[in-house]
Design a protein around this ligand. Structure first.
Ligand SMILES: Nc1ncnc2c1ncn2[C@@H]1O[C@H](COP(=O)(O)OP(=O)(O)OP(=O)(O)O)[C@@H](O)[C@H]1O
Length: 249
């Protein structure tokens, strides 16, 4: 079915409650809390968002720091729930959120593959079957029995990408991961994303690189201060964003 929706956000609002004052210790905060003297500030990270993403799309999410992009991805990855509204996602999701999330720095690469694979919903047997191709893809055979704290951030990113994409998900969420590895790895991961796309997966890409978004995405959304400013064809959305930001090419 063309344009079959796989992600639907309906009137989604996320409100974070942040203490108005800065407490130096948890004890100080707890005492104030018991006394009922903590004052909160409501921060609207997302405001009444309506968005539909279709099967097979590579969809880009753009916007300045603090725009609400990560919050939107967290909702779609089901890591958190909206304060108001509904989020509906069809199929298996592989989130590549914040490099290294779900990894344990004291454990080896090998142990982390099993830990991360389990978090992604794979069984031990499935991970064993995929193990060699994960390490091949990450190109980390020399380090696989070393603790992760000895890896560079690019190596951790490579391992994260290789585990999360070892089996094709229905929805792949990619948060800036492509800009972390070196050029060769960026090209390799972009090729894997293209393979998934050709096989019908839906990909959600967050990036500050307009070149990457233009190259990979068909449609995009521009978020700013928790508000959806534009949704549509990638060139048109980037043009509006750059014009607004005063960026000329
Ligand atoms: N756990 C939290 N508690 C309180 N406020 C938060 C929390 N997470 C995010 N925020 C706030 O919500 C707003 C949106 O943040 P978010 O991380 O979604 O932005 P972003 O577009 O991903 O930014 P960046 O490009 O810097 O990664 C920001 O103002 C941020 O300070």
């Amino acid at each position: 079915m063309p344009n079959e929706p796989v992600i639907i956000l309906q009137n989604v609002t996320v409100r974070y409650r942040v203490p108005r004052e800065n407490y130096h210790t948890f004890k100080e905060f707890a005492i104030r809390r018991i006394q009922g003297r903590v004052q909160y500030l409501d921060l609207l990270a997302l405001q009444d968002i309506n968005l539909e993403i279709h099967k097979g799309e590579v969809f880009g999410l753009i916007g300045p720091n603090g725009a609400g992009k990560t919050t939107l991805l967290r909702l779609i990855a089901k890591v958190m729930r909206p304060t108001e509204g509904r989020v509906w996602v069809k199929g298996r999701i592989a989130p590549l959120l914040a490099i290294g999330a779900g990894f344990h720095m004291e454990l080896t690469g090998r142990e982390n593959i099993f830990l991360n694979g389990t978090l992604l919903g794979l069984t031990r047997r499935e991970i064993e079957a995929l193990f060699n191709q994960i390490v091949d893809f990450a190109e980390l055979w020399d380090f696989i029995d070393a603790p992760l704290r000895t890896y560079s951030s690019g190596m951790v990113a490579r391992l994260g990408f290789a585990v999360a994409t070892a089996r094709m998900p229905d929805v792949l969420i990619v948060d800036e991961v492509l800009s972390v590895g070196d050029i060769a790895f960026q090209e390799k991961s972009a090729a894997r994303i293209r393979e998934f796309r050709e096989a019908g997966a839906t990909i959600l890409l967050v990036s500050h690189s307009m070149a990457a978004v233009k190259k990979m995405c068909s449609r995009a959304a521009w978020l700013d201060g928790g508000v959806l400013r534009a949704v549509g064809g990638v060139s048109e959305v980037i043009e509006k964003f750059e014009k607004y930001m005063g960026i000329s090419n």
